[in-house]
Design a protein around this ligand. Sequence first.
Ligand code: AMP
Length: 276
Amino acid sequence: MKIIKTLKELRSYRNEVSGSVGLVPTMGALHEGHLSLVKKSFTDNNKTIVSIFVNPAQFAPHEDFDSYPRHFEDDCKQLERLNVDAVWAPSVSEMYPKDFQTAVRVSGISEVLEGEFRPHFFEGVTTIVNKLFMQVQPTRAYFGEKVFQQLQVIQKMVKDLNISVHVIGCKIIRDAEGLALSSRNAYLSDDDIQVARQLNVILKQASALVKERGIQEVELILKDAIITAGFTKVDYVTLRNAETLRPISSLQNCDDVRILVAAYLGPVRLIDNIGL
Ligand code: AMP
């Protein structure tokens, strides 16, 4: 497995590679969720490149950029075991040259939900993903439904900017009790994990309730249930049109509904979602 750290090396590697290339963008601290994207890329492509880059632009100053888990050696061992072809692991200065002044911003879909509570986030994501696409020139790129809105925002960016990459969404990988795997779960104590595991159980109950109680009431019931389970704060828990992420007034008006949640356990913010 080739570990590439400079753009110069990446360009020469990319020039040598023929056939289809799958890109799996990550911030490292890899778990089975990330590895499921890698495995999907293997089945679809001749080569698979995994990028590992903790992107400062998608963290606000008060967020966890400095403390974000970084396990580069361990990540590389896991990827090598899977026979990944190359890891693209640039430094911050390689990605953001001095006096960097450019941004890619998707309006509308990136301004709701996560965009409302983390206003810096999507511009950081779309700028870096755009750069990754231009650097790696993948045939396909793999994103988890774990960050569901991110997947939809990237789909929109690719469509709007006519980027010739197929964006593939992959299902959420969960532990045996349904907790969505996340690098940030490492911040949770054993007691917190028990509470966190309630999140998907609560979301699943919504499906059955919606027909009986209606959307707005179900959103309130879910919020109450999340707080009762032991979460300390709910940023949002809401039913949305899965493609546009706009609110829906009734189930009749929308074939594809997604329930999305962001909630805090102390300082740790967890997100999850399920299809209705
Ligand atoms: P991250 O390293 O957190 O930026 O995540 C990199 C990619 O892995 C993103 O496309 C995430 O949606 C995806 N991902 C993270 N956790 C999971 C999971 N539990 N299941 C599936 N995909 C995931």
